[in-house]
Each structure stands twice: as C-alpha cells, then as structure tokens.
Ligand binder design. Structure first.
Ligand SMILES: C[S@@+](CC[C@H](N)C(=O)[O-])C[C@H]1O[C@@H](n2cnc3c(N)ncnc32)[C@H](O)[C@@H]1O
Length: 212
C-alpha cells in the first residue's frame, strides 16, 4: 500500500536538509532552557515510574534522545528520514535509532513508559492528529507520559526553502487548546502546559499521561 503523500514529502525534505538542520538546531537546543525544563520534568516523571523505554518520535539528529539518556531514562529515537537517522547514529553510536513513522510505531501495545514528539507532529495534517494520538496511546503503558512540542498558531505553511535547501513539506502551527483537547480525547490526560515566546511564533509544550 502506498503511503500518504505528506510522509513522502516530509521524508524527502528532511533527507535533503539533514546536515544543515543538525548544525543549526543542535546549537539552538543548548539555548532553550524552558524546553529543556519540560524535558527534565518529563524524565523525572518517567524515572519515578518504570524508567523507560521512551521513544523520541521524529527524533531528527538525536540530540533530544541523547539528552533524555543523560537524564537517566532509557530512550531510543525513530525518524522518517534515513539521513536523519544516519546522523543520529553517527553522533550517538551507543543509542538506538530506527527509521520509521510515528504513525505506525514498531512497538507492542503498552510497551513504553514515555514518548516525546519534539517539533515533529508539525508535519502531520491536523485532521490526522486524532489517529496519531491514538497510536501514542496504544504504545504507552498505563500511567505512561507523553510530551509534545510544537509551534503555536492556526495555519499551514508551505515553505519553498528551509535550512538553505528546497523543501516540499507542509508545516502546521497548532492551537495548544486544540492539541490538549485531542490528547484528552485520545485518553491522554493533559497534566501541564508551557507557552513561551519563539523567534517567529509562540512555542508550546504539552505534557499528558495515559489514563489507567
Ligand atoms: C522539525 S524536525 C524535529 C527534529 C527533532 N525532534 C528536533 O527537536 O530537532 C521534524 C522531524 O520529524 C520527523 N518526522 C516528521 N513526521 C514524521 C513521522 N510521521 N514519523 C517519524 N518522523 C517524522 C522529520 O523527519 C524530522 O526529522
């Protein structure tokens, strides 16, 4: 069965930008104390439960996976883009990174104590988010935690270039209250939200927990 066109476009775009994206974003990550604070809270919650495994879905070059590992949780990364996964494996050879889609994770039901989607749900068409969050719910253990980060707004951007290269993906800015509602509807009860200023638009992180 052929995959949805948006996955093909997202994969091809990130394969193209992977090296330049990595240089830019890994430098920015060290200057994002608020996002890292949410990741620290997430890691502490996961450690107080089973401690992992945690999936970093749409992991890109793997810096967040490595950050979670350094925070003491057993994390692995999954990304649609083989070029991103190759970079993640090169930069973090002791960690596990798989090529795959967060829409169809290679995990048995209830396998994960946590799941992070850090600026990676932004390429999923909004009408497909309920199915995506149902997949997050499926792979999480009861009481497992999910943390999503995304750009705030209510629009679809179709840039012709990004990170110095041509791209064909769509990127969605999303209303946090709508994301919270969809997570709740999927059985992932929202426990905390952070709104912060960003360079081009506000940024949101939403933390939720799988209801028993
Ligand atoms: C903006 S980047 C974020 C990368 C990384 N999480 C970070 O914080 O820098 C979006 C990433 O999500 C990945 N991605 C988008 N849709 C995906 C999907 N359905 N399954 C897996 N990865 C996906 C892209 O390939 C890309 O690496």
């Amino acid at each position: 069965m052929s995959e949805p066109a948006h996955l093909t476009a997202t994969r091809a775009s990130y394969d193209t930008v992977a090296e330049d994206y990595t240089d830019l974003i890994t430098a920015l990550f060290s200057k994002e104390p608020l996002g890292r604070a949410m990741l620290a809270a997430f890691a502490e919650l996961v450690r107080s439960g089973g401690g992992g495994p945690v999936a970093d879905v749409g992991c890109g070059p793997g810096h967040v996976t490595a950050h979670l590992d350094a925070l003491g949780v057993s994390a692995f990364g999954v990304d649609l883009s083989p070029a991103m996964v190759a970079i993640a494996r090169r930069r973090h050879p002791k960690l596990r990174f798989d090529v795959g889609s967060m829409t169809d994770l290679d995990c048995v039901d209830g396998e994960l104590d946590g799941l992070v989607a850090w600026w990676s749900i932004i390429h999923t068409p909004p009408d497909e988010l309920p199915a995506l969050f149902a997949e997050f719910h499926r792979v999480l253990a009861p009481d497992g935690h999910v943390l999503v980060g995304f750009h705030v707004g209510d629009e679809c951007l179709r840039p012709e270039r990004a990170y110095g290269h041509p791209v064909t993906y769509a990127a969605y800015r999303l209303p946090p209250e709508h994301i919270a509602e969809l997570l709740n509807q999927a059985g992932l009860r929202v426990t905390a939200q952070l709104l912060s200023e960003g360079k081009k638009c506000p940024l949101a992180c939403v933390l939720a927990r799988k209801q028993i």
